[in-house]
Every structure is written in C-alpha cells, then in structure tokens.
Write a protein that binds this ligand. Structure first.
Ligand SMILES: [Zn+2]
Length: 438
C-alpha cells in the first residue's frame, strides 16, 4: 500500500512539475478588441491564459510560479503580420536563385527569431518554403512566430510566380523545373487538372491556405500589373480542392478585372488590391471578401529596373484611395508587410504599423494587427494549425501570446516602431522570450 501511495505521489509531482505557470502582475491590459483597457493581473498556465483579474491572483506557495511585476505597463496581444514571406524575405533573389539552400535556410531561421523579437507572435506566410521552418519553431528548436504557411505560390506560366528567365522553356516543352519550384517557393501549373494537382500537393505538404497568383506583379519580370492570370475555371478548381480540405484560397491581385474574376471563382481573400475601383470594393464588402492590404514604400528594391520601380510607385500610391474605399464599404481588412527578397528592410517591419495611422486611429491600428488579423488566420478552418486557443486577444482561454509595451501605444503609435527598446516582455505560447522590464 505504501509503495502504491509513493508511486501515486511521484506521478502527481511529475504532473505538477510539467506544468509551467507565469503570473504577470500590475499591467494595463489592452485585450485586442476593446478600446478601453483594464488594470489587472494575468495568469498563464502552460501555453494558455488561465485567469485575468483586477484582484490579486493567488498562486501556489511552492515557488513554481514565475512572477513578473509588469509595473503598470501596457500589455497587448502579440502582433500578427498577415502577409509575410518568412523564407524569401531573408535573402536576395540572387542568393535564392544562385546561392546555397542551406545558407538561405539559416538566414531565414535567424530572421524568424528577429521577427519574434519585433513582437510578432503569428504570421501568415504567402509563399515560400516555410513548412520545415514552421516545424522547427513549433518544436522550439529555434525561436520564431507561429506560421500559417501557404507553401509555394501557385502561378500560371508567365504569371507572378514564374521566376524563369526568358530563355527557359516550360517543362511541357522540355524545360527543367526552375530552382524556385525545386525549393517550393513557387509552383507553375496551367489548366484545371494541373491546378488541382498543385493545390492538393501543397495541402498535403501542410499548407493552411492556398496562395494563387491571379494578376500581374511588381517584382516579377514578365507580367505587367494590368495582366489577369488564370481562368475562372482554373481558380475555381483550386477553390474546390481547398474547400475539400476545409480551407480557402487567397489571390495576389491588384486590378478590378483580376479581382472580380477571383471573386466569381470563390476566393475568400485578396492580397494587395491597391488598384481596385469603387464597384469592386463595394462587391467585396457585400460578399465579405477580405482585403489583405499593405502600406508599401514608394521606393523599389535596389535591384529593380526603372520599369519595376514605376510599378512599385503606382501600386504604393494606390493604397490611399483603396483603403478609403474599403472603409466606406466596411470591407474586412487585414494588415501585412510583404517584404520580399529585400533583407535590409526586414528590420523596419514595425514602421509599417505606424504608417497605418494615415487612415486609422491608433486603436483601430492595434485592433487590426491583433484581433482583426486573427479573424483572417481563423479562416483556415480545419487547416488552422493552432486551434487550441484564441489568437489576437488577451482573454481567458486564449493562447498566451503577448507583449508588454513601455508606454501607451493607444496614445503614441510610434512606440510600436521601437520594439528593441519599448517591447520589454515578449511571450509566445506561454514561453517568455524576452524580459527586460526595469
Ligand atoms: Zn507577397
């Protein structure tokens, strides 16, 4: 009997040991969706928020709870970037196409840690070989944000995701797969059947949503911005295959023609859309289609041609009118940065938050980069990789993803631009990755 009791006791203490609790006391809590903050304390048990209270939260007396004095600072949900390229943003195009894949992977891994240190605890990846990176981050092999991976962007021949040079033949005509396809950065598929294969293969690899290129691009060499890509039948094939997997298709598109076709084919989200017109935006509002928008810089990458620089300028300048229209028609908007093949710009990720105050109050911006973006992440439905708790909010039962800001960003949005100095605590999945509270 005594032996059994001892065994039970050992088992119980193992259970207690396995549980980690963190208590953050005395913080001003912005919950992600209400403008009014509350002063209180937050208890984290393992990876979830267990209790929020303005009264002291009692803890067990055995000293197992890590207690953090928040000193009245501003606690908010971890930031979400709805349009990133976690792998491809860490290298130049030349490094990806001509360089060593291992080196590119390591650069991307380092950048994943930097992204988390900028306060981003969740990102939606819109193209690139991120399946392995996601696994390594989830296993805590390297620090980084949660990733909703699209895997390779699926593109038609000559489309935004066709990275071949002018002299390379399509595979159908005896050409070889381009390196971007070999490494899962892009996948070229033409015709309904090939699009079905590409979509199903990408879902099999672990995509939480499918990214299709439905129109011309800024950085791509051969497709002018006005070009529409894929037939409605091809887009619809991807939509059906994604729906069978419980998730959705989002498309890269700027123009009314491309976006109207994509909506008719059943896509749920438009990436960019900076050249849209009033009628298309109205339709998006009526149909509840998401607009994943970026406030881009007008300057292009150093390696851009004059033509690419002009495309970038046109698109960046389009944002103003488009965001105003989207507000008018109450279109669901998500915010992202879309840095691509431009490593020096990664460290400025947070500056794009402040830019949004051209159109929104600081409260609306903070809500967009937390709660609103999390609603878009949830659109992955059955393929949402993180379904245990809510995201983009600080509430009981939500994932313990949060940052503590030294100052009140509801009053001064520029605090968001200085993560190194102003984000004094970064917690993801209940793990404290940074604590410099003074
Ligand atoms: Zn992109």
């Amino acid at each position: 009997m005594k032996n059994i009791l001892t065994a039970v006791f050992i088992l119980m203490s193992m259970f207690v040991m396995a549980q980690t609790t963190v208590l953050i006391n005395n913080v001003q809590i912005f919950n992600g969706k209400d403008e009014k903050t509350i002063t209180g304390n937050v208890l984290i048990v393992n990876n979830l928020v267990s209790k929020i209270s303005s009264a002291p939260i009692p803890t067990n007396k055995n000293g197992e709870t890590k207690i953090i004095d928040g000193k009245g600072k501003f606690l908010m949900p971890g930031l979400i970037d709805a349009h990133m390229h976690m792998f491809l943003a860490a290298s130049t195009q030349g490094q990806i196409e001509n360089g060593d894949f291992g080196a590119a992977t390591i650069r991307a891994g380092v950048e994943a840690g930097n992204t988390l240190m900028r306060g981003f605890t969740s990102v939606r990846d819109l193209g690139g070989p991120t399946f392995g990176m996601k696994q390594a981050i989830d296993a805590e092999t390297i620090p980084g944000p949660r990733i909703w991976p699209s895997g390779p962007m699926i593109s038609q021949t000559s489309g935004h995701g066709d990275f071949r040079n002018i002299n390379q033949r399509p595979v159908l005509y005896g050409g070889a797969l381009h390196h971007s396809e070999v490494i899962d950065a892009a996948l070229i598929a033409d015709g309904k059947d090939a699009v079905l294969v590409a979509t199903r293969e990408t879902l099999k690899r672990g995509a939480s949503q499918i990214k299709l290129c439905a129109g011309g691009g800024v950085s791509s060499l051969f497709d002018p911005v006005d070009v529409s890509e894929y037939t409605e039948e091809e887009i619809h094939a991807a939509v059906e295959a994604a729906a069978d997997w419980g998730t959705y298709v989002t498309v890269h598109a700027f123009t009314p023609r491309a976006v109207n076709k994509a909506i008719a084919a059943g896509v749920k989200c438009i990436e960019h859309g900076q050249l849209l017109d009033d009628a298309t935006m109205k339709l998006m509002g009526e149909k509840g289609i998401w607009l994943s928008i970026q406030a881009l810089d007008t300057a292009g990458r150093a390696d851009f041609s004059a033509e690419q620089k002009q495309k970038k300028k046109d698109v960046a300048n389009g944002a103003d009118a488009v965001i105003k229209m989207a507000k008018k028609y109450k279109v669901k908007m998500a915010w992202g940065t879309d840095v691509f093949f431009n490593p020096p710009v990664n460290k400025f990720q947070n500056t794009y938050i402040a830019k949004m105050t051209n159109w929104f109050t600081p409260y609306e911006v903070l809500k967009m980069i937390t709660y609103d973006n999390a609603q878009l992440l949830a659109l992955s439905g059955e393929r949402n990789p993180y379904k245990e708790g809510k995201l983009g909010v600080i509430e009981e039962g939500a994932y313990a993803d949060m940052i503590l800001v030294d100052g009140n960003p509801l009053k001064d949005i520029n605090l968001m631009v200085e993560p190194e100095n102003k984000f004094v605590l970064i917690v993801k999945n209940g793990v404290v990755y940074k604590n410099t509270i003074k």
